[in-house]
Design a protein around this ligand. Sequence first.
Ligand SMILES: C[C@@](CO)(OP(=O)(O)O)[C@H](O)COP(=O)(O)OP(=O)(O)OC[C@H]1O[C@@H](n2ccc(N)nc2=O)[C@H](O)[C@@H]1O
Ligand SMILES: Nc1ncnc2c1ncn2[C@@H]1O[C@H](COP(=O)(O)OP(=O)(O)O)[C@@H](O)[C@H]1O
Length: 282
Amino acid sequence: MTLTLPAPAKLNLFLYITGRRDDGYHNLQTLFQFLDYGDSLAFAPAPDGELRLEPNLPGVPPEQNLIIRAARLLQSKTGCTRGARIRLTKRLPMGGGLGGGSSDAATTLVALNHLWQLGLSQKQLAELGLQLGADVPVFVRGHAAFAEGVGERLTPATPPEPWYLVLAPGIEVATAAIFTDPELPRNSPVLSLEQRLSLPWENDCEALVKKRHPEVAKLLGWLLEYAPSRMTGTGACVFATFDSREAAEQALNKAPAGVSGFVAKGCNTSPLFGALRQITDN
Ligand SMILES: C[C@@](CO)(OP(=O)(O)O)[C@H](O)COP(=O)(O)OP(=O)(O)OC[C@H]1O[C@@H](n2ccc(N)nc2=O)[C@H](O)[C@@H]1O
Ligand SMILES: Nc1ncnc2c1ncn2[C@@H]1O[C@H](COP(=O)(O)OP(=O)(O)O)[C@@H](O)[C@H]1O
């Protein structure tokens, strides 16, 4: 039996940095929403207990791939000795602020919990996920959320679900490099969700990323001509909101040379759980 499940992208509809902790991590206030577009993973049981991932990602040794790390973490926490062959269809640009690696890890935790019949709760999986990355818990929980702390304190939210055009400038932005930059603003006020929703939605990393990466500044400038636009996460991808798929596709067709992108719908429920429910109901 092969279990094929999506690993959707996320957008940070806003992102504020409210301080830095003693361990160097930053406290955030951010609004996560999923997209109906992302990577796809197929899981098959391996009789020999081995974990195998195909294909490898360029520049990422298998043992550092978040998919293998998630599977190993699950094995070590539960003592499970079963294996899996995992096939990854990578669609999300890496280092794009779309959370592809984190989403791959979350889908792996959810899928192998099912395939290996481990019976861990969603809460237990989210706690394990946090050890892999600050963004993993929201993908495990599967609901659009206002996130605080380093991203682990989640309050479900229901922002509008528009069409988005997401554009990738063709560069990777390293999250760690942005968070260690002395020029990053770190003093946004801690506000309630209601206050945050009612104020303009902004991203505290955007000005710095634009300064360090002129490709992002140029692309955002181009996109703003069409619709309200922002950067997601620590970049490099930017997104704009449209009322219809057609309007977003028209803008995509005019995208500058060297820029890739896609049109997707915002979803407050992760496509991962719709797909899993279809499988478990059948
Ligand atoms: C800030 C966000 C917003 O979604 O950026 P993107 O990565 O999506 O662009 C994420 O929370 C990122 O989450 P994730 O990509 O999982 O980060 P991690 O692997 O946990 O951390 C990568 C590095 O970023 C820094 N980091 C990350 C999260 C955070 N709240 N404070 C930090 O200072 C740390 O220096 C850490 O070494
Ligand atoms: N399965 C994976 N998919 C993508 N990146 C991965 C994966 N496993 C490890 N990584 C590493 O994580 C880094 C950030 O990945 P990604 O999630 O795509 O970006 P972001 O956090 O900006 O959304 C990559 O540059 C890569 O080195």
